[in-house]
Design a protein around this ligand. Structure first.
Ligand SMILES: Cc1cc2nc3c(=O)[nH]c(=O)nc-3n(C[C@H](O)[C@H](O)[C@H](O)COP(=O)(O)OP(=O)(O)OC[C@H]3O[C@@H](n4cnc5c(N)ncnc54)[C@H](O)[C@@H]3O)c2cc1C
Length: 358
């Protein structure tokens, strides 16, 4: 009996899941198996039940802009935000000029100081994704539903999903990858099979000969208020200029503040949470007196630092030293900002390259 051709996809984040989605859409005759080290899918874009705040949360608030063609397909039309105001904490001025605050926006796109971002990444953002025209300017942000809205939908396209399966090593024979050694056992790679390694950069560097890149941090502070919170003009999303936080997102009784490209400091996150709550008070023009329950998370290896040096070290294609193994992941696309859209694009590139290699 002929063995069905299998695509072994290692990593169950956006890149790995998109690879399974694309295979099912374009090549329904092949079988896809996702191997994920963790207990859940989604990678850096997952949702979980937080016991402390007694609410379901996303790992971090994720924003998608309308110019992100792949990711925007998952967003409800009614949820697009057309006008994003910015408040300057020094002057107290409120405006909505994307152009004036382009450095602030670029920093968030790349989680890297705007001055340091590699020019080729900036160029790509400006050409492809920067919201110059009104429709592309629209933004969506995740409301504790990344799994429901994106992850579970994509996961439905995989033929098999193996959780708690951490790839430890690839064994080769005659120059080709022959076996995948997982924490849960070994998988043989058939002659016609292909492997897509869709891992974050640090995990990938432990498996393949790939340089571990420098990463930048992101801090998320989520406050759970007893009553619905309103920002100026009733906006659910506001950019903070010259403040400690960079963005504030409101979703019912949850208010999240993001600090992009967070530089570690002596100060404890609890003290920062208190200062930011005062900042939120100032934005709202109130004095709430006390800080509501909150959760502060520092994602240490949030995304790759997108300066020139790191960008040059990123791969320019999906190829690896094994002709039957291909890489995907947000960091694998040199000259692109590291985000969900790029993770998805990298998966399309990896599958296309793998298919051509046959
Ligand atoms: C705090 C934060 C905020 C962000 N904000 C935004 C945003 O607003 N908008 C946006 O578009 N993007 C944002 N991002 C970036 C976005 O989350 C990533 O670009 C995207 O999720 C990357 O997907 P990926 O599949 O490439 O990698 P990952 O999500 O890292 O997936 C890799 C998967 O591989 C698994 N794995 C690791 N090692 C192994 C192994 N040895 N064997 C098997 N499995 C393994 C991991 O568990 C993980 O599930 C943010 C990221 C963070 C951390």
């Amino acid at each position: 009996m002929l063995q069905q051709k299998t695509y072994h996809i290692v990593g169950g984040g956006i890149a790995g899941l998109t690879a399974a989605w694309y295979l099912k859409k374009k090549y329904p005759q092949v079988r896809s198996v996702i191997y994920e080290a963790g207990e859940h899918l989604g990678g850096r874009a997952y949702s979980y039940d937080d016991k402390g705040l007694d609410v379901r949360l996303d790992n971090a608030v994720h924003a998608v802009i309308r110019a992100n063609r792949f990711m925007s397909a998952f967003v409800n039309k009614e949820e697009w935000i057309a006008k994003v105001p910015f408040m300057d904490m020094e002057s107290g001025n409120l405006d909505n000029s994307f152009y004036k605050h382009r450095r602030h926006i670029l920093k968030s796109f790349c989680n890297t100081d705007a001055e340091k971002i590699a020019p080729s990444i900036k160029k790509n953002i400006l050409r492809q994704t920067f919201p110059w025209n009104r429709s592309r300017r629209q933004v969506w942000f995740s409301k504790q539903d990344l799994s429901q809205r994106i992850i579970n939908l994509l996961a439905g396209y995989a033929d098999e999903i193996c959780l708690n399966s951490r790839l430890l090593k690839i064994s080769s024979q005659f120059g080709l990858a022959a076996q995948l050694e997982f924490s849960a056992g070994t998988v043989d790679i058939g002659a016609d099979d292909r492997v897509i390694i869709a891992l974050d950069n640090l995990s990938c560097s432990r498996i393949l000969d790939i340089i571990p890149l420098e990463h930048n941090q992101i801090v998320n502070i989520i406050y759970r208020t007893s009553q619905r919170i309103f920002l100026p003009d009733g906006t659910p999303l506001l950019g903070i200029i010259n403040g400690i936080g960079d963005w504030v997102f409101v979703n019912g009784t949850l208010l999240s503040v993001v600090i992009s490209d967070y530089a570690s400091r002596e100060e404890k996150l609890s003290d920062i949470a208190m200062k930011i709550w005062r900042e939120v008070d100032k934005i709202r023009g109130v004095n709430s007196g006390f800080m509501p329950p909150y959760k502060a998370v520092c994602n240490k290896n949030a995304v790759v630092c997108q300066d020139e040096l790191n960008n040059r070290r990123r791969p320019s294609d999906a190829l690896t030293k094994y002709p039957n193994v291909f890489i995907a992941g947000d960091w694998t696309m040199r000259d692109y900002p590291c985000c969900m859209e790029t993770a998805a694009l990298s998966a399309l590139r990896a599958v296309k390259t793998a298919v051509k290699s046959i």
